[in-house]
Design a protein around this ligand. Sequence first.
Ligand code: GLU
Ligand code: ZN
Length: 474
Amino acid sequence: MSNILTTRYAPSPTGRMHLGNARTALFSYLLARGRGGRFVLRVEDTDEQRGSEAHLTSQLEDLGWLGLDWDAGPGSEDALGPYRQSERGALYDEHYARLGAAGRTYPCYCSAAELEVSRRTQLAGSLPPRYAGTCRSLTEAQRARHEAAGRRPTLRFRVPAGKRVEFDDLVRGPQEFSSDDIGDFVIRRADGVPMFFFCNVLDDSLMRVSHVLRGEDHLTNTPRQLMLLEALGLARPEYGHLPMLLGPDGAPLSKRRGSVSVGDLRDAGYLPAAVTNYLLRLGHAGAPDEWIDPADQPGAFLLERVGRAPAHFDEVQLQHWQREAVKRLDGQALQDWLAPVLPATLRPAERRLLGLTVSHNVVFPVDALPWVDVLFGELPSLQADLRELVDRAGPEFFAAALDSLAVTGPDLPALARELKQRTGRKGAGLFMPLRIALTGRRDGPELGPLLAALPQATIHRRFSALAARPQGKD
Ligand code: GLU
Ligand code: ZN
């Protein structure tokens, strides 16, 4: 297990999964699957106040819906688990103890108010604010006095002076930080809850994660985390920080602002393969322009083609992939997708016919509803521009269509030939009025299959209505 490329997705269950997180998860998944590696799921649920079991459930559902199955995680534990941070307290304690024994930590008794005063003083003196080191060298007696006064300390990591922290970011290239710019930081809160920095990096190392892909917003955490690993003598993963995914307003898509979430897309009728085809191209230039089936996506993901520019959420692009995904739905999958919006009275054969008719013409299931009437009900009265086209053809055109139909049956090429002979019309001048008569619309599915699919009586009724219709009326 140890040398296998391992990636992870590490959700905090503090909200719904938004698209930025879904992209991080997808890229991590594809990197592992494309290189025969492992993909693990770690739940970062130490912050009980913000997290909730319901959010966790919904995020796991979203991952499953996207098709990102994990090799190990909550519910599928292995020797490197448990995979929920809330169950890893003993491991964290053990490593706090190791850092303490090596003299790398100290208790800090500063109150929030005291820290704020210090921060403001530094800012006023044009210094970058960082922990002033107040509690760095407290004597035993001073500590005892704080304890006696009932103060509960946080635990701070002692940042070594004058060190360079370097790493080669998988996306952004060489990075260099100076430890002197980083104040001693808190790794355990006063109430005993471990800080994000600490558990996150410790778990990555202990779970033998080799490649961490995560949002650029975590870039400044990385030097702190690398210092922690170094102090513990633990192996470090490689990091790739992905550019932010920005909303249409230019602000980062953030789960806390509740903007575009995976759940919203699913509720709207988006298909998971449409979402992954879309995300695969967000800030990643490795994929060809054509549709890529989910099974082939790992082979199309190239880490070295992930770019540094922020990506923008673009619903037009997403809908493009949705159309492609809908086209590829077949049989039962198409039925299942449409089912929630269709009238319960529709029979199975009608459902199948509807599916065949609309699959190249709808983006969302609701878009299929008008076609229920086209196929099985009454057409609404024609809109003005369509009425004009029908008038231009004239009642005699539709009378001829009726006669032709009697000769040829519902075979479009034959019907068109017959009708052309009778009326002299051809091309759009022939097909457009036919389409309007049959569907009440100027666009839609291919006319041939539709003509073959419609009940004869319906075709008859629709042609007759226009053949009998006085000019200019509907
Ligand atoms: N739980 C963190 C988050 O959701 C994970 C950060 C990381 O991937 O390292 O932002
Ligand atoms: Zn302090």
